[in-house]
Design a protein around this ligand. Structure first.
Ligand SMILES: [Zn+2]
Ligand SMILES: [Zn+2]
Length: 329
């Protein structure tokens, strides 16, 4: 089979591999149908702290079951079309035993520390696959993993429909969050802040109305989805009393913010992190299926060769020129 492998930071190759095989009763061999490109894949090429090199990247994928072990057979059939939750917790560490599976100390992250979906076949555990609703378009189904992370973020933001909300960053995550807040959660006042002209233009094409480089407003809930230090620091200044800031964007590992300690006390501000997707994959697929027209057009770039994919991962093609790219097989 053909695929892309990142041998180490800055080292990427397109090559032929042996097709992987299942060896355990819990394992499932999946033929990948499509896999989304995520910022994490690009960070992985640049060097990511929790990665294990060499690794085949890609963690946002949909595929068909080709073969599986005995345990998996109790729940799935050969030919089932499934979306993959890339994160498999250990169920035994202190965090897992407290029910915080997304914070597992021994987490397997497909496409980061175990081979992922940027190859024709991959092996996953039956605990991390979810049947895709019948007939759901690939370009929508492939959004299951990012949407599952967004649902976790929204739940952490304890959002009410009458909250005034700001989303910082109009990349694919910011746009998906805007769509979900307005259409699924019925939030009436959702604003998006973005500094990149091309991204503003793309968001407007996708029907995002309230988008601007800055606002002279204050907000009840802010989703920081750009990972920028400036976005984080400014958020705290424009939060209403009792407001919630959800840090969703991947920040630099060595970045430290300057924040006003007194305002956190006096205004009862809340700063909350949101990391991956504890048991939100089923909800994500349900939302994508029930509201599928809302998500059409978000995947606006189809990659057909591993060579083009590697140019994107290496940063040779600007990712701001499109909203969401997927590799199709
Ligand atoms: Zn991702
Ligand atoms: Zn664990």
């Amino acid at each position: 089979m053909k695929g892309v492998i990142i041998e180490g930071p800055g080292k990427l190759e397109v090559k032929e591999f042996e097709t992987p095989e299942i060896s355990l009763p819990e394992e499932v061999l999946v033929k990948v149908e499509g896999c989304g490109v995520c910022g994490t894949d690009i960070h992985l090429y640049q060097g990511l702290e929790f990665a294990k090199y060499p690794v085949i990247p890609g963690h946002e994928f949909v595929g068909k079951i080709i073969r599986m072990g005995k345990t998996a057979e109790k729940y799935f059939k050969v030919g089932d079309r499934v979306a993959i939750d890339p994160n498999l917790p250990c169920y035994v560490c202190q965090e897992c035993r407290k029910g915080r599976y997304n914070l597992c100390s021994n987490m397997v992250n497909i496409g980061v520390n175990k081979d992922g979906g940027f190859a024709e076949y991959t092996v996953v555990n039956y605990k991390q696959i979810y049947r895709v609703p019948l007939g759901l378009d690939l370009k929508i189904a492939v959004l299951a993993e990012p949407v599952s992370c967004i649902i976790h973020g929204i739940e952490k933001g304890n959002l009410q429909f009458d909250d005034k909300v700001l989303i910082i960053g109009a990349g694919p995550i910011g746009i998906l969050t805007q769509k979900i807040l307005e259409n699924v959660y019925g939030v009436k006042e959702v604003f998006v802040q973005e500094i990149n002209e091309k991204r503003i233009e793309n968001a407007q094409k996708l029907g995002v109305k309230n988008i601007s480089k800055s606002y002279s407003l204050s907000f009840d809930v802010i989703f920081e989805m750009s990972g920028s230090l400036q976005g984080f620091e400014e958020s705290l200044k424009i939060l209403n009393k009792g407001g919630i800031l959800v840090q969703f964007g991947v920040a630099q590992e060595n970045s430290f913010a300057k924040i006003n300690q007194y305002s956190i006390y006096k205004k009862e501000l809340n700063i909350i992190g949101s990391f991956v997707n504890p048991y939100t994959m089923a909800k994500a697929l349900m939302i994508l299926d029930a509201y599928s027209p809302v998500f059409s057009g978000i995947v606006d770039k189809e990659i057909e060769t591993f060579e083009e994919l590697s140019q994107i991962l290496k940063g040779e093609i600007r990712t701001t020129d499109f909203t969401k790219a997927i590799l199709t097989y």
